[in-house]
Write a protein of this length. Structure first.
Length: 368
């Protein structure tokens, strides 16, 4: 089961502890994305040893490959991927957005053409919840429609109404007592619609609440405006999860507004294309200037990559498309993100969040 405690506040920022089926997770926390039951290039033990206690997997993609039967044979996704921590699963709602050209929405659910083999696939709240429970996820998400950006008010309102109906059906579909179900706030960039969505979800009553429909193309100013309006209105004693966000800057801004949980493909996906995070900003490894650079990615970083390899070597691996380069870059970016979350939590604990944020912004975009 789930227990969440806010241990300390600084402004709207929260230092908390999430106890999830016996696992202890400090918040604010970042959750690496393991869409297909793997954080790309990494073993579960490696990710766990970095300090990550929870990751995200994707219901829709796991439904297609390898399928629920295979995962059930392994007694759930934890054993399937040898992951010792907790798992949260996306309901498939994001694919309603990302696979817009391959789906048709009805009041009952969504008809997809599989991106794998083109076969017809149907997903509704009942099936989504059943799949997530069969996978053995510790946190499961309601089935929803991720509202696109831009969306006029009429479109956003219609979308959130459908998500509320599906939210109620998702809760009705729960069969296992260990399942912790989160509701998802929609409403686009319209404050009154976000309020309406949250009010409807509170009536249903979930174990935690997520903010969906952001990081879908909106400017950061619009995103922060939504968070300014809605985050502090979410229940104080339950986790607040911002879905699909984001960059280090996005995370810091959301923590300042009271968000507890984050997931995003950015650190791992960017690692595979040579975008590496440092205290001074992003290092673009494919720049020719790094061909003979004998320094580590970040001279202040203690990750395995920075302790053992030069920028020159990493650029060589990237140029040759060597798999080792993908791993070493991913190790660094995941280490950086976990260090960022450690420092955010510690700064809240010590009442030094403003100092940390100021120092972070002052250090960015410096020549290196």
């Amino acid at each position: 089961m789930l227990k969440f405690t806010v241990k300390k506040n600084q402004g709207k920022a929260r230092l908390g502890e999430l106890i999830l089926n016996g696992n202890y997770i400090d918040t604010p926390c970042f959750m690496p994305v393991g869409t297909a039951a793997t954080v790309k290039t990494m073993t579960g033990k490696e990710v766990f040893d970095f300090g990550y206690k929870i990751i995200l997997a994707n219901t829709f993609h796991l439904m297609l490959r390898p399928g629920v039967e295979i995962i059930s044979k392994h007694e759930g996704i934890h054993k399937f991927m040898d992951w010792p921590g907790s798992i949260i699963t996306d309901s498939g709602g994001y694919q309603v957005f990302s696979l817009a050209k391959l789906r048709k929405i009805t009041a009952e659910g969504v008809h997809f053409n599989s991106p794998v083999d083109g076969k017809k696939v149907f997903l509704d709240p009942k099936k989504s919840i059943w799949l997530q429970e069969q996978f053995g996820a510790d946190i499961i998400m309601q089935f929803d429609e991720c509202t696109p950006y831009p969306a006029d008010k009429k479109t956003a309102d219609k979308s959130l109404e459908l998500s509320l109906i599906w939210g109620e059906k998702s809760k009705e579909a729960i069969k296992q007592s260990k399942s912790n179900l989160f509701g998802i706030i929609q409403g686009g960039v319209h404050d009154d619609l976000r309020d309406k969505s949250l009010c409807g979800l509170l009536d249903i009553d979930f174990d935690g609440y997520a903010i969906g429909g952001l990081s879908v193309g909106e400017p950061s100013e619009e995103r922060n405006k939504v968070l300014d309006n809605i985050a502090f209105k979410m229940p104080f004693d339950k986790p607040r999860y911002l879905m699909g966000v984001g960059t280090p800057t996005d995370i810091i801004e959301a923590v300042l507004r009271g968000v507890d949980m984050f997931d995003c493909v950015i650190p791992t996906r960017n690692a595979r294309t040579g975008f590496l995070y440092t205290r001074k900003g992003i290092l673009k490894l494919r720049n020719s200037r790094y061909k003979d650079d004998m320094r580590p990615i970040d001279e202040d970083c203690l990750c395995y990559t920075c302790r053992n390899f030069t920028r020159s070597y990493l650029k060589h691996l990237d140029s040759c498309k060597e798999i080792l380069g993908l791993r070493l870059n991913t190790i660094h970016n995941l280490y950086y993100y976990q260090k960022l979350m450690d420092e955010l939590r510690n700064s809240i604990k010590l009442n030094k969040l403003e100092d940390f944020v100021r120092a972070f912004y002052n250090s960015q975009n410096q020549e290196d």
